[in-house]
Each structure stands twice: as structure tokens, then as C-alpha cells.
Design a protein around this ligand. Structure first.
Ligand code: NAD
Length: 332
């Protein structure tokens, strides 16, 4: 009897019945849900049976990868692949794929929503009207400044960074970017300004982060980086929490060098409740009140995007089980 391929998938998935995945893989595949807790680590005993792995937020570390005996592919159900030790997988000759395109528009929309919310003073306005004290005060958010004509700095002009750039142009914003890895000429086709990092930091009125999290970008936005920014800059991060040093951001916010910040991602998720910035914000301390927005790593989400992600990830696994090359490989 021929071996029925075994595919392990993360628990804590959006659909507890894995309907799309089962339909896409077909009846000749044994789809099993990992027993390890969501956001935990894949169990070695399960790993050794896997022909393919689909992970959402379960970490596939070097220990699990060491146990893989006949795994042909690891797919990350999402864009960022920092949940998988991609180098350990490459050393074993196992491709790691992601689904790079299911939420490009959603994350770009969310980024603009966050940027507009902090620059238009929404947290303060909403709070003032909600208090129900009869306040109907256009000045409740303090001084606000015109967006048109200001400079938006984008760090990382990939899929999402580009989608943000195109949206921002509709607001009459001057869009500049820093990305040492994009091909020359991208700035011309998109009508953007390409700058060196220091120049970008010196010119940006708004800054948004769109790099992957890797050894080069981890804590890239630290106190030295923030010190190079214009006073009163607005900062948005929908990339990965680890790109930004939250202690350095707290200091910059306290000192007023950063006017306001909006974060969809945190260094650990769910975030450590002892994190000073979050603690002060949750306590409604004056210095940070209305100057911070935090959303729960939700920029990717839309009903349509979720379906795209699951269908595309499943199709990638099916193709590899059928002997076709993996698409969107990130580690080879
Ligand atoms: P992408 O690979 O298309 O683009 C990343 C860009 O960053 C590339 O152009 C690359 O050249 C550039 N880059 C790499 N290192 C850099 C550096 N040191 N300095 C400047 N630029 C650098 O990725 P993407 O699909 O646009 O995703 C961007 C980020 O968004 C990733 O971190 C991803 O994990 C994150 N993301 C978040 C959510 C969410 O829900 N918040 C959803 C999807 C993706």
C-alpha cells in the first residue's frame, strides 16, 4: 500500500474544520492538526512523520527541523516567515514558502488608517465626544497639521511599502523611501524619491516601516535611529514588532520628539503587559494619552484575504506533493 502523505497544520486556526485545506489537499492526504499549543513550538515526534508542514503561528525551530525525516516543504500561512528557522530548513534541503500576496492591500489600508488616525487626532476627538459632557470641541486634539505637501518616509519598498506609497500619493504627500535592495529605477516608475537612510530620517514628517524582520533589521529603529528623525515625527509600524525598540520609542514619545505612534505589531505577541510604554498607555498617563494607537496584529485581516491565504498555501503544498517545484520559496 502506498504511503498516504501526512501534512501537519497549526492549531488555533481560523476555521476549526480546516475545510478549505482538506478540499485543496484532497482525500489522498492525511491532514493532522499539531497538538502543540498555538504560538508554541512544533513537537519533534509529530515533525518526524510530516511530509509537509503548514504553520500559522506555531514556531518551527531548529529542534523540530532536525526531526524531519521526509518533509518536502514548510509553508508559512502568512507573509513574515520569522516563525520558521529558515536557515536550519535550508541546511536540510527543505524549502520554506510563504504566501506573500494575500494581504498586501489590507496591510497598506491599515497603515494609512493608522497614519490618518494619528495625524488627524482621532484618539483625542473620539474620547472627547464619548465622554458625553456636552463637549463638541474641534480643538480637542490640540494642534493638527496639513498632510498635503509633507513627506512620508517608507523604510522597505516591497509589496506593502509600494502599496502604501501609491495610496499616500493620493493624499498629495511627497513619498520618499529607503530600500537598499530594490532595483534602480523603481523610484522612476513609481514617481517616488529614493534616499539614503540618514537623508530619509532627516526629511520625513511621517515614517512607516515595511521591512522583514531579520538579523539586519532587528531593533533597527533604536535610539540612534530615532535621534536622526525630525522633531514631531509621526511613526507607524505594521511590519514586525522586533524592528522597533519599544523602550527607545517610549523615551522619544516622552520627550516629544515623536509626536505620535501607531503600532500593529509588538516585540512579543500578545505583548508583555509589563512593557512600560503599553502600561503607561493603558493607565491613561497624560504624556502618552491620545498619542499612541495599538492594534492587535490585525493589519493582514479581511475575510477575503484569509481565504486567499489558505487556498494559496494549500495549493503550494498540493503542488509539491505532486512533484512540482515549490513557489515563493524564501530560503533557497
Ligand atoms: P517584501 O519582502 O515584499 O518587502 C520588504 C522590503 O524590505 C523589500 O523591498 C526589501 O528589499 C526591504 N528591506 C529588507 N531589508 C531592508 C533594510 N535593512 N532596510 C530597508 N529596506 C529593507 O515584504 P512585504 O510583503 O511588503 O512585508 C513587509 C513587512 O510586513 C514584513 O515584515 C511582514 O512580515 C509584515 N507583514 C505584517 C502584516 C500584519 O498583519 N501586520 C501582514 C503581512 C506582512
Amino acid at each position: 500500500m502506498s504511503h498516504k502523505p501526512v501534512v501537519y497544520i497549526s492549531p488555533g486556526h481560523m476555521d476549526p474544520y480546516y475545510t478549505l485545506e482538506k478540499a485543496g489537499l484532497g482525500p489522498d492526504v492525511d491532514l493532522r492538526v499539531m497538538q502543540s499549543p498555538d504560538r508554541g513550538y512544533m513537537d519533534g515526534a509529530e515533525a518526524c512523520q510530516a511530509d509537509a508542514i503548514m504553520t500559522w503561528r506555531t514556531r518551527i525551530d531548529a529542534k523540530a527541523i532536525d526531526q524531519l525525516e521526509h518533509c518536502k516543504l514548510i509553508v508559512r500561512l502568512g507573509v513574515g516567515y520569522d516563525f520558521v528557522d529558515v536557515e536550519a530548513a535550508a541546511r536540510k534541503g527543505i524549502p520554506v514558502s510563504n504566501v506573500p500576496d494575500y494581504c498586501t492591500n489590507e496591510v497598506a489600508d491599515h497603515t494609512l488608517a493608522l497614519l490618518l488616525a494619528i495625524t488627524r487626532g482621532l484618539p483625542a476627538y473620539i474620547d472627547s465626544v464619548k465622554q458625553g459632557t456636552g463637549q463638541w470641541e474641534w480643538s480637542a486634539a490640540g494642534s493638527l497639521y496639513r498632510m498635503t505637501g509633507k513627506t512620508l518616509g517608507i523604510i522597505g519598498l516591497g509589496r506593502i511599502g509600494t502599496a502604501v506609497a501609491l495610496r499616500a500619493k493620493a493624499f498629495g504627500v511627497d513619498v520618499a523611501f529607503y530600500d537598499p535592495y530594490t532595483r534602480d529605477g523603481m523610484e522612476r516608475s513609481l514617481g517616488l524619491r529614493r534616499l539614503g537612510l540618514d537623508d530619509l530620517l532627516a526629511q520625513a514628517d511621517f515614517l512607516t516601516l515595511h521591512t522583514p524582520l531579520n538579523d539586519e533589521t532587528r531593533a533597527m529603529v533604536n535610539s540612534t535611529f530615532l535621534a536622526k528623525l525630525k522633531n514631531g515625527v509621526y511613526l507607524v509600524n505594521t511590519s514586525r514588532g522586533g524592528v522597533l525598540d519599544s523602550t527607545a520609542l517610549e523615551v522619544a514619545l516622552r520627550e516629544g520628539r515623536v509626536a505620535a505612534a501607531a503600532l500593529d505589531v509588538m516585540p512579543t505577541e500578545p505583548p508583555d503587559s509589563e512593557l512600560a510604554l503599553l502600561k503607561a498607555w493603558r493607565a491613561g498617563e497624560d504624556w502618552v494619552k491620545h498619542r499612541l494607537i495599538v492594534t492587535p496584529h490585525s493589519a493582514f485581516y479581511s475575510e477575503e484575504g484569509e481565504i486567499d491565504m489558505r487556498v494559496k498555501a494549500t495549493a503550494t503544498v498540493r503542488e509539491v506533493l505532486d512533484g512540482l517545484p515549490a513557489r515563493n520559496v524564501v530560503n533557497m
